[in-house]
Design a protein around this ligand. Structure first.
Ligand code: PLP
Length: 405
């Protein structure tokens, strides 16, 4: 076996099962392995690399800021935090933001804000705040967050979990109405469920949820860590239904593919519940992350990456629809956020990813049946044409093998 992989296997905890490839370099939509082989990255680090690998403007912002001041904690003001938060708020229509690093921290921040808002503003009796989440959700890996998960593996061996969470079916407005009580502080939802396999709820779902939340004085909090910042063809996926949530979580692409940068954004009356000492993060909002985050937002707008995602996503999805593979059970997506669902009786999504790799395409299965196609948003038509040819070839080969084997 490859020595590098052996080394990693010896010392790294086995909480991942990576494809057997060792990446050493990336540029734009491409990455290279240790033998010099080139791959089209159709995964983009779960959408953290929407701008493409090592975007020159983002690398420059990172280097310039690293030369000046990188980390100093929130014990002091910096000249970088304000401009980044202002840009994020103006672009998303939110009033204020709380910067963190990883997505899970952004979600935890949202949960804390929602509970405190529930007690201080809505008047929920102490200790009784409820937060509603959806089956199939993915919001990260902390104890509280996996406590909301409907995936048995995510919870197995990690309990007990905090109380105060309710899980309802996704895409089901009636279930939400039924679950809301006078103690409900918030409804936390992904506009499209990414990790669940690019699950797109029925049209009108989010808008109806927003109405219900408003009627019952419940905060609608959208987790757009994966769907946000252009991935689905709009700046935010909730804009497909003209929904403006009460709280919003961003992450992944906010770091421009260079750093972990996340934030919780909200209306003033929600964010206003935080007072000094309530919550924090040593690294959250550091000048390096702020400089990169601001430039990531600027590049997103100036290079029209949301519009590109809409256009290229439609192009890719249309092309995929022309593939007549009997292995494919369903095909769905919005923007460059596409899932190919395979028939599990015929082929596993993992084996498709393993076969795509030697043909120069990297992706990752989500659950056993779905291959996610979510390339950097800077991908071109020619690159998509090339990718679909490869996918077609691999599916034909796999279809044949199955027929003869
Ligand atoms: C990735 C993801 C998270 C967690 O982000 P981390 O940076 O891995 O902690 C939360 N919510 C959604 C929707 C995600 O896709």
């Amino acid at each position: 076996m490859n020595k590098t992989i052996e080394l990693e296997n010896r010392y790294a905890a086995k909480n991942y099962l990576p494809l057997p490839v060792v990446l050493t370099r990336g540029e734009g939509v491409y990455v290279w392995d240790d033998a010099g082989n080139k791959y089209l990255d159709m995964m983009s680090a779960y959408s953290a690399v929407s701008h493409g690998h090592s975007h020159p403007r983002l690398v420059k912002a990172l280097k310039d800021q690293a030369d000046k001041l990188a980390i100093c904690s929130r014990a002091f003001h910096t000249d970088k935090l304000g401009p980044m938060l202002k840009r994020a708020c103006e672009l998303t229509g939110m009033d204020m933001a709380l910067p963190m690093n990883t997505g899970a921290e952004g979600v935890e921040t949202a949960l804390k804000a929602a509970r405190k808002w529930g007690y201080r503003v809505k008047g929920i009796p102490a200790g009784h705040a409820e937060i509603i989440a959806c089956e199939g959700n993915f919001h990260g890996r902390t104890i509280a967050i996996v406590g909301m998960s409907s995936e048995t593996q995510y919870q197995d061996g990690f309990g007990p979990f905090p109380a105060g969470f309710k899980v309802i079916p996704y895409g089901d407005v009636a279930a939400l109405e039924k679950a809301i009580t006078k103690n409900t502080a918030a409804f936390l939802v992904e506009p499209i469920q990414g990790e669940a396999g690019i699950r797109i709820p029925p049209a009108g779902y989010l808008a109806k949820c927003a109405e219900l939340c408003k009627k019952h004085n419940v905060l609608l909090i959208c987790d757009e860590i994966q769907t946000g910042l252009g991935r689905t063809g709009k700046l935010l996926a909730c804009q497909h239904e003209n929904v403006k949530p009460d709280g919003l979580i961003l992450g992944k692409a906010l770091g421009g593919g260079l750093l972990p940068v996340s934030m919780f954004l909200a209306r003033k009356d929600v964010m206003g519940v935080f007072t000094p000492g309530d919550h924090g993060s040593t690294f959250g909002g550091n000048p390096l992350a702020s400089a990169v985050g601001l430039e990531a937002l600027n590049v997103l707008i100036e290079e029209k990456l949301s519009e590109r995602s809409a256009e290229m996503g439609t192009y890719l999805l249309d092309k995929l629809h022309t593939l007549k593979s009997p292995l494919i059970k369903d095909l769905r997506g919005k923007g460059l956020f596409i899932g190919i669902e395979f028939d599990p009786r015929k082929v596993s999504a993992r084996s498709v990813c393993e076969q795509l790799m030697p043909h120069g395409i990297l992706s990752k299965e989500t659950h056993e049946t779905v291959v996610r196609l979510a390339p950097p948003l800077v991908i071109t038509r020619e690159q998509i044409d090339w990718a679909v040819e490869r996918i077609d070839l691999v599916l034909r080969e796999m279809g044949k093998l199955r027929a003869t084997g």
